[in-house]
Design a protein around this ligand. Structure first.
Ligand code: FAD
Length: 419
């Protein structure tokens, strides 16, 4: 465990060293603010994830010098050959990276990526304390300071002017302060399949099988040759979140594409799962307090992805806090700006994602039409889809005539064919 300076009053204490906490720590430290970043786990720690890192997240990793390190150490795997399988099993798998000359996704194990991000923040000056399980946080109106109290009484209490809760979807902190009141809505499983035991040829494929819609399953390849399989269940379809274990297992044991990709000798780790808080909370700020990442529900309901939004929010939080420190105003009224900024940057798009989830649940034919369209017109459609799904383009782009019209026509053709 790293040491902390208990007498010091930090500008900002951050709970959580995931992408949200680490990016906030990095950008704040870069701006010259004194920061302590805490995690209950001994670092590096494992994080249940699909490990799919989008272009927006890659931009932050590059800014931090982390992507360069990961590539030099060959710990990232670019997704080149990939695609989707639709409810009617229309399959589109191609090398889209070849078409655009760049990569939309890279797989990086979170144990590696998150730790490197935290170390990048430390390099900028943030103090890191791992194995520090925050039990309670208290705000003193009199001193205008937060006290952070650990479970372990042998560890010192810490003091800071501002608190950032980046403690993940369950967010004990935001809940204990009464800022977050609703439970996470969705759930996702994740499992590694050992390198050398499978027969997977692609880099990343999403399976929109009828049963699991509006969720999906995905299989991605890692740099060490392991595979990561995820099963995302969001309410609105046939399954409840409590069905996850059963659905996950039945996909792995009986879904034809997966059975072929894994082969008979695949060594599959036991399943892990975690809840997902979706769509962004209505309030993620209070006096001298910000909530960042999964804790504030910054997960796209359509994809279940949240790494890039946690990083974006970390950067937005850092810039707004810096402005607040400069103006000597860290009031709730001023920090409302944080909510406005992340809503403008990506939160509003979550509303379109929620609408699309409802459309997919009722009309899965649109996924079939999309897979068909990719087959008919080539990889440029797949790229459009991937850019929208990964947040590089707004979900509203689905409604632009260039995509919406052929999609609608193909959906009509497919449903007439059915009749
Ligand atoms: C199965 C699964 C698959 C996913 N796949 C993808 C994907 O492929 N791509 C994608 O973009 N997103 C994916 N996500 C979402 C992604 O994991 C999250 O959006 C992302 O981790 C959010 O980062 P964060 O920093 O907000 O929180 P986290 O990464 O959850 O970090 C929170 C940190 O807080 C620490 N902490 C919690 N409580 C305390 C405490 N009391 N004291 C001290 N420390 C504490 C935890 O130990 C943890 O390190 C997936 C999620 C799941 C569950």
């Amino acid at each position: 465990m790293s040491k902390s300076n208990s007498d010091k009053i930090y500008d900002v204490a951050i709970v959580g060293t995931g992408p949200g906490g680490s990016s906030a720590a990095f950008y704040l430290s870069k701006l010259g603010r004194s920061v302590v970043i805490l995690d209950k786990e001994k670092l590096p720690r494992r994080k249940i994830c699909g490990d799919a890192i989008s272009q927006i997240a890659q931009k932050h990793l590059t800014e931090m010098g982390v992507l360069q390190e990961i590539l030099a150490e060959k710990k990232g795997h670019w997704a080149e050959i990939g695609g989707l399988i639709s409810p009617k099993r229309i399959t589109y798998i191609d090398n889209s990276a070849e078409e655009i000359g760049s990569h939309l996704m890279i797989s990086i194990k979170r144990e590696i990526m998150d730790y490197k991000m935290t170390l990048a923040a430390k390099k900028e000056g943030a103090e890191l304390v791992d194995e520090y399980n925050v039990k309670e946080v208290k705000f003193s109106e009199k001193h205008q300071l937060w006290t952070i109290i650990p479970h372990d009484e042998k560890q010192k209490k810490l003091k800071a002017k501002v608190l950032i809760a980046a403690d993940g979807a369950v967010s004990k902190i935001a809940r204990s302060l009464g800022i977050i009141t609703s439970p996470p809505q969705a759930v996702c499983s994740s499992v590694y399949i050992k390198a050398g035991t499978h027969q997977y040829k692609e880099d990343g494929v999403c399976l929109y099988t009828q049963d699991i819609l509006p969720g999906y399953t995905a299989l991605f390849k890692e740099a060490d040759g392991d595979l990561v399989f995820c099963c995302y269940i969001i309410p609105g379809g046939r399954y409840k979140t409590s069905d996850l274990q059963h659905v996950h297992q039945s996909f792995l044991s009986g879904e034809p594409y997966l059975s072929k990709a894994l082969g008979p000798k695949a060594k599959i780790e036991p399943m892990n799962s975690a809840p997902l808080r979706l769509g962004g909370v209505k309030k993620s700020y209070s006096n001298q307090l910000l909530i960042v990442g999964d804790a504030a529900g910054m997960i796209d309901p359509l994809t279940g992805e949240g790494i890039q939004y946690a990083m974006d929010a970390g950067e937005i939080a850092a810039n707004i806090l810096d402005e607040g420190f400069n103006k000597n105003d860290l009031s709730e009224k001023f920090l409302k700006k944080y909510q406005k900024e992340w809503m403008k940057s990506f939160g509003r798009d979550f509303k379109w994602s929620t609408r699309m989830v409802k459309v997919i649940a009722k009309k899965p034919i649109f996924i079939d039409a999309f897979a068909q369209l990719c087959n008919d017109r080539g990889p440029s459609y797949m790229i459009m889809w991937a850019k929208i799904m990964t947040g590089s383009q707004s979900k509203l782009s689905f409604f632009k005539p260039k995509l919406a019209l052929p999609l609608l026509l193909t959906a009509i053709k497919l449903s007439l064919k059915k009749k």
